[in-house]
Design a protein around this ligand. Structure first.
Ligand SMILES: NC(=O)c1ccc[n+]([C@@H]2O[C@H](COP(=O)([O-])OP(=O)(O)OC[C@H]3O[C@@H](n4cnc5c(N)ncnc54)[C@H](OP(=O)(O)O)[C@@H]3O)[C@@H](O)[C@H]2O)c1
Length: 274
């Protein structure tokens, strides 16, 4: 599978690094990137071909991965409009909808439809991300497998059944790391309030989240069951959880994710405006 990236920034670099580790060949990967310094870094680090604009060689590929910022996308697609010939196009740009991408990529009034939209999250930069994917119905199973293979290079993958669910993916796993950082901050503050210095309080907070997440990921039990297992009657955990329940913590988090999803929908409208 020959792949050309449009944009060679943080996320493209993470994807290329992960793909090469998983057996993709440098000779099969190209990058179209405006910055000459960034091109030199990509060529030096990964031995892939990096050029400033789409030429015949860059177009001679099976997959194009759109990896520029959402605000840069419309302009970045101008040189590609009407020039694609059946390549699978995978967008990793947050919020941009398939209809808008298809319109910008199409030629002579005909939208391009062989499109997959993905939403990786920031831990993808260290190979520990989770990516939501949605494919246009015209994309066959081979195309979906190709998209999954590429995004699997930076973490796990989950398919959305409708494009609207991509705003939910953004709200859950896209913004999710910030919720977890906020949780870590609060646990760290509690540690400092109880007498630990910043370093020790942070260690206790981060390693608790890391360990609990690993436990949950490797367990056949649902998180609710794991929670019940560590909550003895009349114990310390029960005291803390009763306090959280009294403060409506669960509902607050669910409502917060709802607010993120609503904002994602608004931003999608704005980004797709012509
Ligand atoms: N980083 C994350 O954690 C994350 C998470 C989820 C999704 N994403 C998505 O991933 C995409 C890329 O994000 P990123 O963090 O990798 O951004 P980034 O580091 O800014 O990379 C984008 C690269 O594309 C280049 N570029 C801009 N316009 C171009 C054009 N017309 N032709 C060729 N190259 C062009 C930029 O050059 P200049 O710097 O010179 O503009 C930059 O090097 C975004 O759409 C974002 O929504 C990122």
């Amino acid at each position: 599978m020959k792949i050309t990236f449009l944009g060679g920034g943080n996320m493209a670099t993470a994807l290329i690094g992960g793909m090469l580790e998983r057996g993709f060949l440098p000779a099969d990967i190209q990058v179209v990137e405006l910055g000459s310094e960034a091109c030199a870094v990509l060529e030096g680090r990964f031995s892939v071909r990096a050029v400033a604009a789409f030429d015949e060689a860059a177009l001679d590929c099976d997959v194009v991965v759109l990896a520029v910022k959402p605000q840069q996308m419309k302009l970045a697609l101008v040189p590609l409009a009407g020039r694609l010939d059946g390549q699978l196009v995978i967008s990793i740009a947050a919020g941009l909808r398939l209809a808008d991408l298809g319109r910008w990529l199409g030629g002579q009034g005909r939208p391009y439809t062989r499109l997959v939209r993905c939403m990786p999250n920031t831990p993808a930069l260290i190979g520990a991300g989770v990516t939501g994917l949605y494919a246009d119905p015209s994309v066959d199973s081979a195309g979906r497998e190709d998209a999954e293979r590429i995004l699997s290079a930076v973490g796990s993958t989950v398919w959305a059944e409708t494009e609207a669910q991509m705003d939910a993916v953004t709200a859950i796993s896209g913004s999710g790391p910030a919720y977890v950082f906020h949780f870590i901050e609060a646990l760290e503050a509690a540690g400092q309030r109880l007498g630990f210095d910043e370093v020790a309080a942070r260690r206790l907070a981060i390693d608790t989240v890391l360990g609990a997440a690993k436990l949950a990921a490797g367990s056949a039990d649902a998180p609710a069951v794991l929670r019940q297992k560590v909550t003895s009657k009349g114990g310390t955990t029960e005291a803390a959880l009763a306090h959280l329940a009294g403060a409506g913590w669960h509902d607050v988090l669910v409502a917060a994710v709802g607010a993120a999803e609503a904002r994602g929908r608004e931003l999608g409208e704005l980004l797709g405006k012509d």
